[in-house]
Design a protein around this ligand. Structure first.
Ligand code: GLU
Length: 467
């Protein structure tokens, strides 16, 4: 049997991390078995579907490296097929037209509620208000008292009782299919062999099976994956720091790290945490999917991203952060300078954006002094040190790490102070804060001219404060 999986997002929002995980599992499953992975856009909810969301989802899938085969299938373009198949079911007496209006159904639902009964649609109502030309929905006839068995590849065997399922709508009055009808029809017509999706869809499985059987269509094998929860055990949402894939991209996460983090939510291979994509393809199997929900941990996600960042070659980090710098309206530094900044900053940053945000003083003179740092270090007695440092450093011809070190040594000799007493105030003068890479590295990267100017600016700051 050829393995064919699909990802079937509804374009009603950006690609959320939970949906992205579903896409990753389907993609990996087919890639690991040499099958195909298809993309189907389930855009039959006309009120909530938007093209911009479809674009965002596609962009996120591409960014994650999840390539699909063939053309994208859009359900909104297949209405004729669904209509034709619904008619066929009516002809075969497996479905029927239902003229009951939404208001009427609402009234009956209310009646049942008042009597404390479970509401269930009854076939004998279906002709209420029937007349030629009147709008109708199409409902599938569900025979009561039958067992519907699902052999779920994650959860094992589950048996549903058809008496619990009413004659449900497959085609709405506006000619659009319901989710279950379109999904069952498409899974068969796209030759889908395996459906991997969140277990919130398990209740749809018996309905989709009934539709496939009524049509004499093939049924895919099903694998329902436990949900991702927040640390509080509740359904994952924004509250837990879980965002869309787009959001993580904009925050400076790397696609490889996002892929790796999401795949490990619910799937494991021993204790291994870090996987290359190639390894994932080799090692992925449904056996590795656990039976209990996984917990989304934003801290671990950030940590993992930092780890990937540190393993990336310097040039590719530079390439990725160049645009982030210019987006802030700052001039892009020369590639040599950018490389040096990256070498220093990636050790202390977990995301691409953090590298840029923490190294703004390398790109612009326009930064504020941290208030506490200024209070402590931009004080009268250090004005003298800045003066001497500017003098010694401007004398350095070849502005290398070692020669800069020499300049600091001479200031230490002239003042009798230890390096710490000189380096820390200098750090505040040059970067605005007490945290930065090693002072000689900072001085080297900034260059002589900027260093001397910033020392002068700190001296001015001190005297204006005194005045
Ligand atoms: N459009 C459905 C969703 O986004 C797809 C469910 C399925 O995979 O069958 O949840």
């Amino acid at each position: 049997m050829k393995i064919v999986t699909r990802f079937a997002p509804s374009p009603t929002g950006a690609l959320h991390v939970g949906a992205a995980r579903t896409a990753i599992f389907n993609w990996l499953f087919s890639a690991s078995l040499g099958g195909d992975f298809l993309l189907r856009i389930e855009d039959t909810d006309r009120a909530r579907s938007e093209e911009k969301f479809e674009r965002q989802i596609i962009e996120s899938l591409k960014w994650l490296g999840l390539e699909w085969q063939g053309e994208i299938v859009r359900q909104s373009e297949r209405l004729a097929d669904y209509g034709r198949l619904a008619e066929r079911l009516i002809d075969e007496d497996k479905a029927y037209r239902c003229y009951v209006t939404a208001e009427e159904l609402g009234r009956r639902r209310e009646e049942a509620r008042e009597k404390g009964e479970v509401f269930r649609y009854r076939r004998e109502w279906s002709q209420l208000g029937a007349a030629p030309g009147k709008p109708y929905a199409v409902r599938l006839s569900v025979l009561p008292g039958e067992k519907i068995s699902v052999e779920d590849l994650v959860r094992g065997g589950i048996v549903f009782d058809s008496s619990e399922i009413e004659d449900f709508v497959i085609l709405k009055a506006d000619g659009f299919p319901t989710y279950n009808f379109a999904a069952a029809v498409d899974d068969a017509q796209m030759d889908i062999s395996h459906v991997i999706r969140g277990d919130d869809h398990i209740i749809n499985a018996p309905r989709q099976i009934l539709i496939a059987e009524a049509l004499d269509f093939s049924k895919p094998k099903l694998a329902h994956v436990p949900m991702i929860l927040g640390a509080d055990g509740k359904k994952l949402s924004k509250r837990h720091g879980a965002e869309s894939v787009t959001e993580y991209r904009l925050r400076g996460y790397l696609p490889e790290a996002v892929l790796n983090y999401l795949v490990r939510l619910g799937w494991s291979f021993g204790d291994q945490e870090i996987f290359t994509t190639q390894e994932l393809i080799e090692k992925f199997s449904l056996k590795g999917i656990g039976k209990s929900p996984s917990v989304f941990d934003p801290q671990k996600f950030l940590w993992l991203n930092g780890k990937y960042l540190r393993d990336l070659p310097e040039e590719s980090i530079s390439e990725k952060i160049g645009p982030l710098i210019t987006q802030k309206g700052l001039p892009r530094p020369s590639s040599e300078r950018l490389r040096k900044i990256v070498v220093q900053m990636r050790e202390r940053s977990e995301t691409l954006n953090a590298i840029v945000d923490q190294s703004l003083y390398f790109f612009t003179d326009d930064f504020e002094y941290d208030e506490k740092a200024a209070e402590k270090f931009l004080v009268e007695r250090n004005g003298e040190i800045f003066m001497l440092l500017a003098e010694e450093l401007s004398r350095v011809e070849d502005f290398s790490h070692d020669n800069i070190h020499g300049g600091f040594e001479r200031v230490m000799q002239r003042t009798g102070l230890g390096l710490g007493k000189i380096a820390q105030p200098a750090r505040v003068a040059l970067t605005g804060s007490t945290k930065s890479p090693g002072i000689f590295d900072v001085v080297e990267i900034l260059g002589k001219e900027i260093v001397v100017l910033r020392l002068a600016r700190a001296i001015d700051f001190i005297s204006s404060r005194n005045a």
